[in-house]
Design a protein around this ligand. Structure first.
Ligand code: AMP
Length: 171
């Protein structure tokens, strides 16, 4: 089995002092690592029937789209404000300093659909929780939240207590 941790590059103090940035671009350069990551995600999802994979801008689009294709599901982007062209629902969330907003197209998810929420990194969990709130408000069921990387010391999982959470690599 390919050890995916070899493909994660740590960049100290990016984008600001004190942050150990987990760079997934080495993983994206390797066909073996891409295949291994997809296989590991599919194993964690098991036989669940999934209607849509929801990916969070922007690195959540990468494996989110690959998973959607493998699961025979659709893909839905959640984006930063002002990027989606049609009518959107939006949700504001608190950052360390200030606030941010995430948006989803109103017609992207139907009531009762079964959803995988995906992003590259689970840090404090604020982003993923906001994305989950949008999906829940649309009446869908979140089957799993999954991440390539989980920064366990930030306890992001605690913000996603209502949902099954899986990650391929834990730090
Ligand atoms: P959070 O809301 O704190 O869980 O932050 C999650 C979002 O920020 C994800 O979309 C990640 O892509 C990004 N992120 C947070 N911390 C890191 C990190 N150390 N390395 C890379 N991306 C990060």
């Amino acid at each position: 089995m390919t050890d995916l941790s070899k493909y994660i590059r740590e960049i100290p103090d990016f984008p600001k002092v004190g942050i150990q940035y987990k760079d997934i671009t080495p993983l994206l350069q390797s066909p073996e690592a891409i295949k291994e990551a997809v296989a590991q995600f599919l194993k964690l999802i098991g036989n669940e029937k999934i209607d849509k994979v929801v990916g969070i801008e922007s690195r959540g689009f990468l494996f989110g789209m690959l998973l959607a294709e493998k699961l025979n599901a659709g893909f839905v982007p959640i984006r930063k404000p002002g990027k989606l062209p049609a009518e959107t629902y939006s949700e504001v969330y608190e950052l360390e300093y200030g606030k941010d907003t995430l948006e989803i197209h109103c017609d992207a998810i139907k009531k009762g659909e079964r959803i995988i929420l995906h992003d590259d990194v689970l840090a404090t969990g604020g982003t993923a929780r906001t994305a989950c709130n949008l999906v829940k408000k649309m009446g869908a069921e979140i089957v799993q939240c999954n991440f390539l990387i989980e920064l366990e010391f930030l306890n992001g999982r605690n913000k996603l207590r209502s949902y099954p959470v899986e990650s391929l690599l834990k730090y």
